[in-house]
Structure formats: structure tokens, C-alpha cells
Design a protein around this ligand. Sequence first.
Ligand SMILES: [Zn+2]
Length: 347
Amino acid sequence: MTTFAIGVDLGGTNLRIAAVDSTGKTLEKITTSTEVARGRDQVIDEMCAAIQQITIQQTGAGELAGIGIGVPGIIEMQTGMLHESPNLPGWHNYPVRDEIERRLQTAVVLENDANAAALGEKWLGAAAGVDDMCMFTLGTGVGGGLVLQGKIWHGMTGMAGELGHTNVEPEGHPCKCGSRGCLEQYASATAVKRLAQEAIASGTAPHMANALKQDVEFTSKKIFDLAMQGDAQARGIFERVGKALGTVIADMVNIFNFPMYVVGGGVASAWDAFAPSMLETIGRNSFVYRNTAPYVNAAAGDAGGASVHGTIITRALLGSDAGLIGAARLPMIAGKANAPEAELKRA
Ligand SMILES: [Zn+2]
């Protein structure tokens, strides 16, 4: 009998839910807004109602394997507690997993949203078939996830992989985590906007100031568009994004010697603007990278075509669905401690 699972991506703005079967096919997907301001219990109520509805609609799709939920914040894996989440005020030390299990009477696996995204890319995205990788999610903040031997690396309590809070400038911009100069302060959408505002305030970017005056939303996408149109200050901002990201990836390459590093999240769509400085920084800072640089092997491709070997640094493939797909994957592999993803991947 086929099985399916429900994946939930609980963000500070959107709540997304999908039913995904064990082959990776998305059966149904819904998106609603998360009305965080209405309080935790209201959000949980609405989430549980939506999960129940989608489960009933998919009863013909086989047996429900469970529910996986990706949440932004610091999680304690053993207890399913959310310790700290800047996007979910009022959820501090809240037993999210137990509360949802109690209401739905179904097994729930809780995971950090960036870890879930890494698992999604590892299952069906850029890292399919790769057992050791890490993923950076460049969004409002910067999330990170490590996959070692096919499984998410949780560390002692489940808080490992906070790549957004690795340091790129010891005396840099203050971070809400309490440190200064974290990657998140230079490579998130929030950072791109801040760097643009700083450039405008300094008076060195009149063209950008003019262009953004007409943009009420003032998005990082707009700054990317300016960069691609050749605006020097906008290009400089994305060069800084690339340099910060490259600094951390170079360290990761030196530490882990992984075969793949995946960059996803909304800011990854500005890849063309930041990738050159990112790759230049990695090449300069990491001697392991220089000794494992990617090369094309024309003879050894899986389907007889060319394939790339060596250290691969690439864009994510699943877009905003990575966390949702990864969340649905969680209950499918839960408890299978010795069954790494590689054995479960699609033929
Ligand atoms: Zn930080």
C-alpha cells in the first residue's frame, strides 16, 4: 500500500501545507496567511483544521505516514519544544509537537525550517543522490542545514547548523542573536535592504535613491534588478553578499570537504549578481576547494552524458517548496535511524 505524509511549513507570514506521497509526488498544496498577531492558539487551531481537511481529502492516496512540521527557530528535538523563534512571538518554550499530536492523534515530527529545506533538496532537489551536503537558505534571515551520511545533523539537542550566525565580520553589524557581523547581517533580504539604505543615506548612491523612491515596497528584488541593469552601488551590495557567503562556504569546505553546498531561499534568485564574488572568495580562502575544484567528466555520467565532479556549489532547485517537501519527508524517514536517504531515494 502506498503511503503519503503531510508537510507543513510554518512561517511568520505564511502557513503552507502539502500532501506528498512516498515517491515524492505532491498530491495537494495549500497556502494561507499565518496571523501571528491573533496568537499562538489561534494559529495552532487553524493549522490543525487545515491538516485535518487535507488528510481527509487524501484518504484515497493510501496510509498517512505522519505529519512533519518545519518551524523557524531553535528547537529541542527530543521534547519537540520550540525554544526561541523571532518570527513567532509568544511561542517561547512552547511544546509544539505534543500539542499538535494531542489534537490530531497522529505522530508529528518537528524540525527547524532550514533543516527541512536541506532535507527537501537532498530528497528531490539539487542534492538528490548526495549524502553529505549543507544548504544555506537566504530569506528574511539566513538559515542553514547540514546533512551528514544522508541524515540531518542535529548536534546534541537539535540546534546544529545555524549557518546564518557564523561570523563574517567580528566587529560588524549587530545581530538579533546577540553577536555581531553574522552572515545573516550581510546575505539576507533584510541585509540587502539595509545595505541599500546605508548607501542611499551616505549620499553615494543617487541613482539607486532615485529608483527606489518610486518603489513603495523597497524590496531586495528591486535592488537585484538595479544590479543587473549595471547600477554600480547595487552591484556592490550583491558583491558583498557573495563575499560574506563565500567566506562561510570556504570555511565549510575546509572543515567538511562536502561534495555539495546548496544555496536557496528568495535571495538565491540573485545568484547571477552574487555568485562571481562568492566563488572568487571561496577560491581565495579555501585551499581544500582549490584542490577539489569542479571538473566535467564526460564519460562517467549516469545516463552516459557528462557529469560534474569535485566540490559543487550550486543553486537550490525546489524554490520555496524545499522546506515543505522536506517537512513531508520527515515522518517517512522518522525512526529509520539506519536508513539514510540514499537508500530511499527514487530510482
Ligand atoms: Zn547572529
